[in-house]
Design a binder for this molecule. Structure first.
Ligand SMILES: [Zn+2]
Ligand SMILES: [Zn+2]
Length: 390
């Protein structure tokens, strides 16, 4: 089949699907509250002939379409949730829900997958089982994990799963790939220090949690600098340090919160172990107690070699080699599609959102998904299915 034909077919669907994107953008819903969004997705999929399954992970939707007698199956994932940010784009289709905004482009991911869904249902140039996975709560809520725990891959077996995210700063009409660890694990650590409060003028009668906390903040820096292999990557950020009320009182407690990231499962374990050790020994040496609460978040996102190579070949067939970036550098952000990739081989890739107007970073009140990127995303999804399910 000619690539031009595929692109023309997709182009015909785009005005309507861009309208769908703007509608979702106007009505953003936060994690696990994607009721109207999942209604829209379910309704469209049903109209186009998909078997629609709801309720996985709460508001998750899976659309299944079988074609021919082929035994292969593929899963394509889009995320549906918005962020608690007040939009400042001034767009005509800006959020109508104050304090909520599609500032990560999940409206675009959902509409792009819907565009491909419609095209694939119309053309049916594949042989096997297509599973479209619309997940809730990517932004910290672990919606992908909830869907997996609810039996996603038992109910909808997938030989491989694929997901994409828009990438501000990457030119429109390009796709970027990386095999192996691509996004970091992200854990949250809450440390509560308990000392003995007192008068600022009589520190010798106190056990000062601010001094202990300060010492801990500095000592934590030594983990990345001195314990982690310098050729590997890790982040230990203290994003919160709260204590005290007034200058002349030594407080009794302090609270620290850390964001801990790694691109390697072993490094992740090492960070956990060293944080425990550093915090408890520093606290003990300064006469306070430390309670360390380690909350494991998203795992390292690891793309498998064969599926990444396959997806990159499809992208090259569609776009030509000059619009496909291989070996995209990893980043220390995280993504809960990593949970799906812990269960199935697959690839998470990046769709250019633009290096001009589309370069505003995600999670910014001025960000918007670039509608010009939708054609590339939808055409890629369609061709990936056509080439995978043969
Ligand atoms: Zn995000
Ligand atoms: Zn996102």
């Amino acid at each position: 089949m000619q690539m031009n034909t595929l692109r023309e077919e997709i182009a015909e669907l785009l005005p309507e699907m861009i309208g769908v994107r703007h509608h979702i953008h106007q009505h953003p819903e936060l994690a696990y509250e994607e009721h109207a969004t999942s209604d829209l997705v379910a309704q469209r999929l049903a109209e186009w002939g998909y078997e629609v399954h709801r309720g996985l992970g709460g508001t998750g939707v899976v659309g299944r379409l079988r074609q021919g007698s082929g035994g292969k199956s593929i899963g394509l994932r889009a995320d549906m949730d918005a962020l608690p940010i007040t939009e400042a784009t001034g767009l005509p289709y800006a959020s109508q829900h104050h304090g909520k905004m599609h500032a990560c482009g999940h409206d675009g991911h959902t509409a792009t997958l819907l565009a491909a869904a419609r095209h694939l249902a119309q053309t049916r140039r594949f042989n096997g089982t297509l599973n479209l996975i619309f997940q809730p709560a990517e932004e910290g809520g672990g919606g992908a994990l909830r869907m997996v725990q609810d039996g996603l891959f038992e109910k909808f077996p997938c030989d491989a799963v694929f997901g994409l995210h828009n990438a501000p700063g990457q030119p429109v009409g390009t796709l970027a790939f990386r095999s192996g660890p691509t996004l970091a694990s992200a854990d949250r650590v809450v440390i509560v220090l308990k000392g003995r409060g007192g008068h600022a003028a009589m520190p010798h009668f106190s056990a000062d949690p601010i001094v202990a906390g300060s010492s801990i903040v500095m000592a934590l820096q030594s983990i990345v600098a001195r314990n982690v292999d310098p050729l590997l990557s890790a982040v230990v950020t203290v994003g919160l340090f709260q204590s005290g009320t007034v200058n002349n009182v030594i407080p009794g407690t302090a609270r620290l919160e850390l964001s801990v990231r790694a691109l390697d499962r072993e490094v992740r374990k090492l960070l956990r172990q060293r944080i425990q050790e550093v915090v408890s020994s520093q606290a003990a040496s300064l006469g306070v107690t430390a309670e360390v609460n380690y909350e494991e978040g998203y795992p390292v996102l690891v793309n498998t070699q064969a599926e990444t190579d396959f997806a990159a070949r499809v992208a090259t067939e569609l776009l030509g080699p000059q619009r496909v970036l291989l070996d995209k550098p990893p980043v220390m952000g995280s993504e809960d599609f990593a949970f799906m990739l812990e269960h199935r081989p697959g690839c998470y890739l990046f769709l250019g959102n633009g290096d001009g107007a589309g370069s505003c970073m995600v999670h910014n009140p001025g960000y918007d998904f670039n509608d010009a990127a939708m054609e590339t995303g939808a055409a890629f999804w369609s061709l990936l299915v056509e080439r995978y399910l043969i």
